[in-house]
Ligand binder design. Structure first.
Ligand SMILES: Cc1cc2nc3c(=O)[nH]c(=O)nc-3n(C[C@H](O)[C@H](O)[C@H](O)COP(=O)(O)O)c2cc1C
Length: 190
């Protein structure tokens, strides 16, 4: 299906098509997204994460992470966050603003996970532990644990897009309608 960035409905559909494509296509532009949080010192923090789920009807996204990671402490202190996607081919930026909830990772996903993937969910040493040398990890192999496997669910409160066409830059803002039913969009100046 071709994108239609000239209409608000087409732009909104283009957003969700990209988010949903990330579930099945590891090369999709939205597979790895930047997740920004407020850090614990009053600053900002941003890092890449894999987009694991996109639910258009519920206006929600999901990622997986380690309970001991910095982002979990940050999101538990302040759930406000923003995710960023850049589709270079379509010259399309998507900003996804929302509130995060940190939940236990799904048991079925943990069961199906390969051993090398489980290494990301190490209880000891936890992520961010200081080492003398990067090679030291070989002496202290991470102990993966389902206990620290977390699903971060982001409920979206706003989506902003910017499409850089040759003739025109089109920027739009979308917010959930009453009771979250239909999202409402407006064009805004780039
Ligand atoms: C392409 C890419 C994908 C990543 N995916 C994840 C992910 O899905 N979950 C995660 O916790 N960290 C992921 N990381 C690692 C984070 O970017 C980050 O380095 C780590 O989670 C520690 O961040 P924090 O201390 O801010 O929590 C990914 C890194 C890259 C480069």
């Amino acid at each position: 299906m071709s994108d239609d960035f000239t209409t608000l409905d087409g732009t909104q559909a283009a957003v969700w098509r990209r988010l949903e494509a990330a579930m099945s296509d590891p090369a999709a532009p939205a597979r790895n997204i930047a997740l920004a949080t407020a850090d614990l010192q009053g600053g900002a923090a941003v890092r890449m994460v894999v987009l694991r789920a996109a639910d258009r009807a519920g206006g929600r996204l999901a990622i997986y992470t380690n309970a001991l990671s910095g982002k979990v402490a940050e999101l538990e202190a302040d759930p406000a966050c923003e995710c960023l996607v850049w589709d270079a081919e379509a010259r399309f930026q998507i900003r996804l603003r929302g509130a995060a909830e940190v939940l236990a990772g799904p048991g079925a996903v943990w069961q199906a996970m390969a051993e090398h993937e489980r290494m990301l969910y190490a209880e000891s040493p936890g992520p961010g532990t200081e080492m003398e040398d990067a090679e030291d990890l070989a002496d202290f192999p991470p102990t993966p644990s389902a206990e620290v496997f977390r699903l971060v669910q982001v409920t979206l409160a706003g989506i902003e897009t910017l499409q850089l066409a040759r003739d025109l830059h089109r920027r739009a803002s979308f917010v959930p309608g009453p009771e979250g039913a239909t999202w409402q969009g407006v064009w805004i100046t780039p």
